[in-house]
Design a protein around this ligand. Structure first.
Ligand code: EPU
Length: 422
């Protein structure tokens, strides 16, 4: 198992480039199921979640090949085992997004019900409700979701709102299923995240007829077949936001390339409000901090609000402001595993339900800490860059799920991160 030893404090300066989006890549890889043949996903990041998704597709019968320039070819000519097995789904919840495409193509699918998750209870009831609306029979058997639509799916009005807003992967599942359904589907309360926009754009290049892309109402005119895609995935907005927070927490200056500011406006707005400069540059932006940080109130929300996937990183950042900040988590109310670990680094945090009061401290102090999930581990890396001393971050495999070789990308701009196998 790998650990990071991170020496701090450092000041980051220079330029970093954002990779292709993990959360856009995963449902687009699943979209390859819809069209027999060779699809190519360009700019696919080298991440363990992408490899796990590859294994999942291979078990279905697909062939995958990594080419040059991060091209990932998925040959879905044969799908003879429409089953998402437990041993893979338990490693990556996003595996659930093969359910809709398998139902559409094979008219049946069996996918393990995702289990527990470090960021809290994550049901898939809305996914299943949406697919039932399209005419699928969906049952639970021995821990598996068993879905059948022997005569094919039928378009309908589907409402995907839930207690915490819409659902990103639920929208992906129902949208992909609807592309090959008979007739028109209207998805109300669809997720508007850039990853869903990217998926919908990719589906349209395959021959799907989707309107309203980027809005909470998607209309889909079902077609008889789709063609394989050649698609370049969008830049990862969460990686971009993490680099922004890294510049800010280290009082540094980073040029962040391959970053679409429109995808991170809530984050940019928050950074500006606490005294960090963000200026747009050629293919991205320059983020710089010269003075002290001001306090903030952050409430996570569906896009275009502040993303839950940056809540932990911004908690690390706000830990070093003068005064009290408030963070309210409205998407995953229990996503606070990082609170205890940041406290071990001398952050002053008080959790009340799904709210954390961050009382700023003058400095963070290095400590051995444990990564618990992907974004929590990014927060620990950020805290370690600013903390005094050498921090050891255990269970680095969590960060490798969503950030490609982060040490090799931050060390050239001033970080001192060593990966060690223990
Ligand atoms: N929800 C339900 N029922 C459902 C589905 C969702 O109640 O059937 C609830 C969830 O429990 C949550 C809220 O709805 O409270 C939103 O969850 P959503 O379904 O949108 O999450 P997701 O699609 O499973 C994706 C990302 C997450 C990101 C969330 C929210 C991928 C692979 N995952 O998950 O990313 O936090 O959207 O933006 O796209 C990460 O990258 O670290 C990560 C966790």
């Amino acid at each position: 198992m790998d650990v990071f030893r991170i020496e701090g404090p450092v000041r980051l300066s220079g330029s970093v480039t954002v990779n292709g989006s993990k959360n856009a890549s995963l449902p687009i890889m699943a979209a390859a199921i819809l069209a027999p043949g060779k699809s190519v996903l360009k700019a696919a990041p080298h991440l363990s979640d992408i490899s796990v998704c590859g294994q999942l597709l291979r078990r279905l019968g697909c062939k995958l090949n990594r080419g040059q320039n991060r091209d990932l070819t998925i040959d879905s000519t044969v799908i003879d085992n429409p089953v998402g097995e437990y041993d893979i789904v338990r490693r990556m919840r996003a595996s659930i997004c093969i359910l809709g495409p398998l139902l559409a193509r094979c008219r049946r699918a069996k996918v393990s019900m995702p289990g527990g998750c470090a960021i809290g209870y994550r049901p898939v009831d809305i996914h299943l409700r949406g697919l039932r609306e399209l005419g699928a029979k969906v049952n639970l058997k021995n821990g598996y979701i068993v879905a059948d639509a022997p005569r094919g799916l039928k378009g309908k009005e589907v409402f995907l709102g839930g207690p915490f807003g819409s659902t990103v992967l639920g929208t992906a599942n129902v949208l992909m299923a609807a592309t090959l359904a008979k007739g028109q589907t209207t998805i109300e309360s669809a997720a508007c995240e850039p990853e869903i926009v990217d998926l919908a754009n990719c589906l349209n290049t395959m021959g799907a007829k989707i309107n309203g892309i980027g809005s909470p109402r998607l209309t889909v005119e079902g077609v008889k077949y789709l063609e394989p895609f050649q698609h370049t995935v969008i830049p990862d907005r969460i990686e971009a936001g993490t680099f922004m927070a890294a510049a800010a927490i280290t009082k540094g200056r980073l040029q962040i390339n391959n970053c679409r500011l429109a995808d991170v406006m809530a984050v940019v707005d928050k950074l500006r409000s606490i005294g960090v400069t963000v200026e747009s540059a050629d293919s991205g932006c320059v983020v710089a901090r010269t003075g002290p940080l001001k306090t903030a109130e952050i409430t996570t929300q569906p896009f275009p609000g502040f993303p839950t996937d940056l809540q932990a990183q911004f908690m690390a950042l706000l830990a070093l402001t003068k005064g009290n900040s408030i963070i309210i988590e409205k998407i995953f109310p229990d996503r606070f595993m990082h609170v205890a670990e940041l406290s071990r680094m001398a952050a002053n945090l008080r959790k009340e339900g799904s709210t954390v009061i961050v009382a700023g401290v003058k400095k963070l102090i290095a400590a051995p800490v444990m990564a618990s999930d992907l974004r929590a581990s990014a927060a620990l890396v950020l805290a370690a860059l600013a903390a005094e001393g050498t921090t050891t971050v255990n269970r680095v495999y969590h960060i490798d799920r969503g950030y490609e070789k982060i040490e090799q990308r931050l060390n050239p701009v001033g970080a001192k991160i060593t990966r060690e196998s223990i």
